[in-house]
Design a protein around this ligand. Structure first.
Ligand SMILES: O=C(O)C1=C[C@@H](OP(=O)(O)O)[C@@H](O)[C@H](O)C1
Ligand SMILES: C=C(OP(=O)(O)O)C(=O)O
Length: 409
């Protein structure tokens, strides 16, 4: 197994055209809904991301014990899918997955009539899922400030419930674009749903099989924005992205417009070129939490003062991402400080010129967010295979645009 890789870029000039992986978020919704629709849906451009390959395999499997590995969507979506279709399954995951809370979803499913037991710690996987016996309940209130994946999971199975579902969201709605994405996909497969104020209404109805083409992944695009911003000169084309996307991470266009990258939409995707970069920026990541690591690593390298809010959900992802960032930016001579509850600030620092090595904490986004720094000086990335979760070809794509990638055991 490769323990680390060393990355460098001899010229600092980047040109090329990259075929991004498809969005695992879109793909995993399409897979669940297509399974619920029955019949013959046609899903095109399914992601090569492990999270999607895994869900595809699991949906075809009769195994009683199911391993969702480190894939949040797989764990949450399958919990609702097995529960409401009444499939007896034990659903588990990696050690970290068993530390990621699932109580909000399990409580809601139990109220609807699901039988779910915790096999270890109350509120966390692994779960034992059994028969479904509808309680006939239609109205539910769920917290929406922990993970939107619980809400997406409930919404996708809602058309199967005898009374449909009226879901009232309580508290801040975090990762809201992912809820909108779920509703858009449901509508694509013929289901009605209405989201007004903080209530989502889904009638009892049948999904219809459909053809769906998965768009490229905007979260993956963010690393290429970072590469363009840090390059001496750059022109990069990213294929398969659309201006009207289902993905909230398309917010990267506006964010990077302030951090030195200009985007043009073309027929085949987007073209990125360099532009002026601001020196002091503030962003709220509530709608796009997966972009936070990219922006932190980039601002630390560019010497930009950054204020961040909306990071609450980062503590329960593949790792505690706030803690991981706080440790890793130290090597960039800066620190990420919580200056008041929920408000973080990072000031420009001086990069430690020697031995720049980044740990990745079993988190694909830590690896990809810090890799572009190799445009400034060689960097070592530990456990580089973590990228398989969302972007297995990441290192090969880096080589395509002139990065030198040296693997060591
Ligand atoms: O529904 C989805 O596809 C996702 C929702 C987000 O999670 P939270 O809702 O937990 O913030 C995001 O971070 C994750 O990568 C994918
Ligand atoms: C948080 C992520 O994934 P998940 O929650 O689906 O494991 C991610 O891909 O950044």
């Amino acid at each position: 197994m490769i323990q680390s890789l060393t990355l460098s870029h001899p010229t600092g000039t980047i040109t090329g055209s990259i075929k991004l992986p498809a969005s695992k978020s879109e793909a995993n919704r399409a897979l669940i809904i297509a399974a619920l629709a029955g019949g013959k849906s046609k899903l095109h451009n399914l992601s090569e991301a492990n999270d999607t390959q895994l869900l595809q395999r699991l949906l075809k499997s009769d195994a009683k014990v199911v391993d969702a590995e480190d894939a949040g969507t797989v764990m949450r979506f399958l919990t609702a899918y097995y529960a409401v279709t009444g499939q007896e399954k034990t659903l588990t995951g990696t050690e970290r997955m068993c530390q990621r809370p699932i109580k909000v979803l399990v409580d809601a499913l139990r109220e609807l009539g699901a039988s779910i037991d915790y096999l270890q710690e109350e509120g966390y996987p692994p779960l034992k899922i059994g028969n479904f016996k509808s309680t006939g309940k239609k109205k539910l209130t769920v917290r929406s400030d922990v993970s939107s994946q619980y809400i997406s999971a409930l919404l996708m199975v809602a058309p199967l419930l005898p009374e449909g579902l009226e879901l009232e969201l309580k508290g801040k709605i975090s990762s809201r674009p992912y809820i909108e994405m779920t509703l858009s996909l449901m509508r694509h497969f013929g289901a009605d749903a209405n989201f007004e104020s903080n209530t989502i209404l889904v009638p009892h109805q049948k999904y219809k099989p459909a053809v769906f083409h998965v768009e490229s992944d905007w979260s993956a695009a963010s690393y290429w924005y970072s590469i363009v911003a840090l390059a001496k000169d750059a022109e990069v084309t990213l294929l398969g992205l659309k201006e009207n996307s289902f993905q909230g991470d398309s917010a990267i266009v506006a964010i990077m417009d302030r951090l030195g990258v200009y985007t043009t939409f073309t027929k085949e995707g987007i073209k990125l070129i360099k532009k002026h970069c601001e020196k002091n920026v503030a962003f709220d990541f509530s709608d796009c939490p997966d972009l936070a690591q990219t922006i932190v690593a980039l601002c630390a390298s560019l010497g930009v003062t950054l204020e961040l809010t909306g990071l609450e959900s980062l503590r329960i992802k593949e790792t505690d991402r706030i803690q991981a960032l706080q440790i890793e930016v130290l090597a960039l001579g800066t620190s990420l400080e919580e200056i008041s509850p929920g408000v973080f600030r990072m000031k420009p620092g001086i990069i430690n010129k020697q031995d720049l090595a980044f740990r990745t904490y079993q988190d694909h986004r830590m690896a990809m967010a810090f890799a572009p720094i190799a445009l400034l000086q060689p960097v070592q990335i530990q456990e580089p295979s973590v990228v398989r979760k969302s972007y297995p070809r990441f290192w090969q794509d880096m080589e395509k645009v002139g990065f030198e990638v040296r693997h060591s055991n």
